[in-house]
Design a protein around this ligand. Structure first.
Ligand SMILES: C=C(O[C@@H]1C=C(C(=O)O)C=C[C@H]1O)C(=O)O
Length: 364
C-alpha cells in the first residue's frame, strides 16, 4: 500500500514537473507568435493577414502525423487547435460571424475551425453573415454549404456570386442529433418534438419507433427548436449537443440520427483566400458560351490536366432563361501549375468565370 502510494505520489510529481515545462513552452510559443505578429505589422499586412489558414492546416496535419498516442489523433488535434487559437488571439483578436442562433451546427463548425479564443457573432441569416464580413464588422464568417441540417445550401452558393469575399477554409462535420428536453423530463411525457425539417427527416425512423404519438413541428433552426423546448412542458427538440448547454436542456436520447455517417460541409469566408498548404481545394463558378455541350467543354481542361473534380453543382444564372452557373470544386491550389494551366483554358471557354477561393482541404 505504502509502495502504491509512493508510486502515485512519484507520478504526480512527474506530472507537476511536466505541466510546468508545458506551461513554459506554451508561453514561449505565444511569445514567438507575438514576434511573428510584429513582423506581419512591419510588412503592412491588412486586418486579414494575421490569421493564416494554410499555416494552421499544416501545423494540424503535422500534429496528426507525428502522434504516437496514447491520446487519440482527434484529441491532440483539438488541443493544438486551442493552443493556436490562443496564440492568434494574442496577435490579433478575431471576430467570426456565423449562422446562428447560438448552439447551431454552424457554431460547432466555427469551434472546430477557429477554437474558443475568438469572439462569435451569431447572425440571423446567411446573407447577414456575408454582409457582416463584407462590411468588415467581422473578420471571417462560417456558413453551411452542403447537405445542411439547417437547410440552406443553394442560398450560400447564390450569395457568393455577387460577393467580393473568398473561401478561405472548409469544415466537414459529422452531424449527431440529440433529443433534448428540460432536465427531469422522460420520454413517456413528450407530446411534441421541435426541430428543423431536415433534422426531423434525419431522425424519422427513430421518432417512428420511440415517439410515434408525438407531434412533429418544423422550426426555422434547431437552435430555435431548443429555445422553444426550454419554454414548454412536454416538449423536446432535436438539435446539436451544444444547444443543450445554451438552453439548459438535458440529453434525453443521444445520437438519434437514422444515418450514422451523416455529414455537413461548411465554408469559412473572408476578405482573402488562403495560400497553398500542400493539400488544397479550389472552388470556382463558371458559365459556358454555348448551350450544347457547355459543361463538357468547360470540364475538358480539368480532365486533360489530370485533376480531380470533387463537386459540380448547377444553379440557374438568373440572367437569362435556361442559362446555368456551374460551381466546381477541384483538388489543388490555383497556384499549383497543373491547376493554373487548367483554369486558364477553362477561363477561355467560359462566358462567366470567378474563382471563389483556394483553401486547405478539411481534415476529416
Ligand atoms: C503564428 C502565426 O500566426 C497565426 C498563428 C498560428 C499559430 O499559432 O501557429 C499560425 C498561423 C496564424 O494563424 C503564423 O502566421 O505563423
Amino acid at each position: 500500500m505504502a509502495d502504491d502510494n509512493g508510486n502515485l505520489e512519484g507520478r504526480r510529481q512527474r506530472i507537476d514537473a511536466i505541466d510546468a515545462e508545458l506551461q513554459a513552452l506554451l508561453n514561449e510559443r505565444a511569445r514567438l507568435a507575438g514576434e511573428i505578429a510584429e513582423i506581419k505589422r512591419a510588412e503592412g499586412v491588412g486586418e486579414a493577414g494575421f490569421y493564416r489558414p494554410e499555416r494552421e492546416a499544416q501545423v494540424l496535419r503535422s500534429v496528426r502525423e507525428r502522434n504516437q498516442g496514447p491520446l487519440p489523433d482527434d484529441e491532440v488535434v483539438r488541443l493544438f487547435r486551442e493552443i493556436m487559437s490562443a496564440c492568434l488571439a494574442l496577435e490579433r483578436p478575431l471576430t467570426v460571424a456565423f449562422l446562428g442562433p447560438e448552439g447551431t451546427f454552424t457554431e460547432a463548425a466555427l469551434d472546430r475551425h477557429f477554437g474558443q479564443s475568438v469572439a462569435r457573432a451569431p447572425m440571423g441569416s446567411i446573407g447577414e453573415v456575408f454582409r457582416e464580413v463584407e462590411a468588415g464588422t467581422a473578420h471571417y464568417g462560417v456558413v453551411p454549404v452542403e447537405n445542411s441540417t439547417e437547410g440552406v445550401v443553394t442560398h450560400t452558393l447564390d450569395r457568393f456570386v455577387r460577393s467580393p469575399l473568398a473561401i478561405c477554409g472548409e469544415v466537414v462535420l459529422r452531424i449527431h442529433q440529440q433529443l433534448l428536453a428540460r432536465p427531469g423530463a422522460d420520454l413517456a411525457g413528450i407530446q411534441r418534438v421541435y426541430s428543423h425539417q431536415q433534422s426531423l427527416a434525419q431522425c424519422r425512423e427513430w421518432l417512428d419507433t420511440h415517439l410515434p404519438e408525438a407531434e412533429r413541428v418544423a422550426m426555422a433552426s434547431n437552435a430555435e427548436a431548443a429555445r422553444q423546448a426550454a419554454d414548454e412542458e412536454g416538449a423536446a427538440a432535436i438539435a446539436a449537443a451544444a444547444a443543450a448547454d445554451h438552453y439548459e436542456l438535458a440529453v434525453l436520447a443521444a445520437n438519434i440520427e437514422d444515418e450514422p455517417d451523416n455529414t455537413t460541409r461548411f465554408l469559412v469566408i473572408g476578405p482573402e483566400e488562403a495560400g497553398p498548404s500542400g493539400a488544397d481545394k479550389t472552388t470556382l463558378v463558371v458559365s459556358g458560351r454555348n448551350r450544347s455541350g457547355t459543361l463538357q467543354a468547360l470540364l475538358a481542361p480539368v480532365a486533360a490536366h489530370g485533376l480531380n473534380l470533387t463537386r459540380v453543382e448547377s444553379r440557374p444564372s438568373r440572367q437569362a432563361v435556361w442559362e446555368y452557373l456551374f460551381f466546381l470544386d477541384i483538388e489543388g491550389h490555383r497556384q499549383d501549375p497543373a491547376v493554373a494551366a487548367a483554369l486558364a483554358e477553362l477561363e477561355a471557354e467560359a462566358s462567366f468565370y470567378r474563382i471563389l477561393g483556394s483553401y486547405p482541404q478539411a481534415a476529416t
